[in-house]
Design a protein around this ligand. Structure first.
Ligand SMILES: C[S@@+](CC[C@H](N)C(=O)[O-])C[C@H]1O[C@@H](n2cnc3c(N)ncnc32)[C@H](O)[C@@H]1O
Length: 324
């Protein structure tokens, strides 16, 4: 079935890309501006003659105006399930993640995070999301999590952005789909639950990988994720990743026994992943320190450990721009 709203959004995007106003296009086609507005709102479809004129003007096929594109089918060979999510992992949570997934639903974290990105944007995520939106192309948001990484900010800058939203958690991906269907109903969003250490994507098919803290919280090997990111990016494609770590200075200022416990139990919090990024194959790597955060008031495992050790641990955050 033709989704008139999605066809309208595609028509509107193509018109804006050519720099036409609705009135200018209407004049060119010999119709009223109101008719163009109705197509673009999804109230009506252009008739067959006009579709032909539009397809010639925009250099696209009539099919691509009317048909839903299944991007994940093209890039992975697997279509989405009936709920609109492509599952490459079981569609139910593991016992370890069950309580967390239920909390995401019951506490409405996804809706709350979407809302705050719209109304009280985090300045760093806002700036980086805007940069990613300007790069354009096919964007893969990995480990979207309940915060969505940079995705809410990319969509704020460009509601027509083409984004594949990923997480290992099927609940996270499903909940984002439900929310974004209500909030945007964009034909350019796809949803895929997979392990980003073993992406089901073809080589060299993604323009930008966006990561707002997913790699830093990898379940699995971070070196492996970085190698996978390099593999699926097109030559010249970019991985834009943000995470945080505990610097040598911060560690040295802690009591000796606290240093010892942290080194033993959480060696990962001292990694800045630069070496793994180089070894993955990225040639140009630029890092920008974006601020810091403290474990007091945080709900993560490392924050719990810091509390039992009686310290408020400082994490230095950075954004890293890596080019394939
Ligand atoms: C703690 S969240 C934080 C970052 C998240 N982008 C946000 O803005 O909320 C980390 C996310 O990475 C996901 N994740 C961890 N390991 C993963 C993997 N191997 N593959 C895909 N997603 C993973 C987790 O399920 C979680 O949702």
């Amino acid at each position: 079935m033709i989704n008139k709203v999605h066809t309208g959004k595609r028509l509107s995007l193509l018109r804006r890309r050519l720099g036409y106003s609705q009135a200018a296009l209407a004049e060119l086609l010999g119709v009223t501006a109101q008719a163009v507005s109705k197509w673009e709102c999804g109230t009506t479809l252009p008739d067959i003659e006009l579709l032909l004129m539009l397809s010639r003007l925009y250099h696209v096929s009539i099919n691509s105006l009317l048909e839903e594109r299944d991007l994940l089918q093209e890039l992975t060979g697997q279509a989405a399930a009936a709920d609109g999510v492509a599952y490459f992992v079981p569609n139910t949570e593991t016992p370890q993640e069950q309580a967390w997934a239920e909390a995401i639903i019951h506490n409405g974290w996804i809706a709350r995070n979407w809302q705050s990105a719209q109304e009280q944007p985090d300045p760093v995520r806002h700036a980086v999301g805007t940069e990613i939106a300007a790069l354009g192309g096919t964007i893969l948001e990995i480990g979207a999590g309940p915060g969505g990484g940079f995705m809410p900010y990319i969509l704020k800058a460009d509601p027509d952005a083409q984004i594949i939203i990923n997480d290992l958690s099927p609940t996270v991906v499903r909940e984002w789909r439900k929310l974004l269907d209500r909030a945007l109903d964009s034909p350019n969003l796809s949803y895929a639950a997979f392990n980003f250490c073993h992406m089901p994507l073809k080589d060299s098919c993604i323009d930008v990988i966006s990561d707002g803290g997913g790699i830093g919280n990898t379940i699995g090997s971070k070196a492996e994720v970085l190698r996978e990111c390099w593999r699926v990016l097109k030559p010249g494609g970019r991985l834009i990743t943000s995470t945080g770590f505990v610097t040598r200075e911060t560690l040295a200022a802690l009591p000796d026994d606290t240093q010892h416990v942290l080194r033993e139990q959480r060696p990962d919090i001292f990694e800045d992943l630069y070496e793994d990024t180089v070894l993955a194959g990225f040639t140009k790597i630029d890092s920008v320190i974006s601020g810091c955060w403290y474990t007091d008031g945080d709900e993560s495992d490392i924050a719990d450990l810091a509390r039992t050790l009686g310290v408020n641990l400082k994490f230095t955050s950075y954004i890293r721009y890596c080019t394939k």
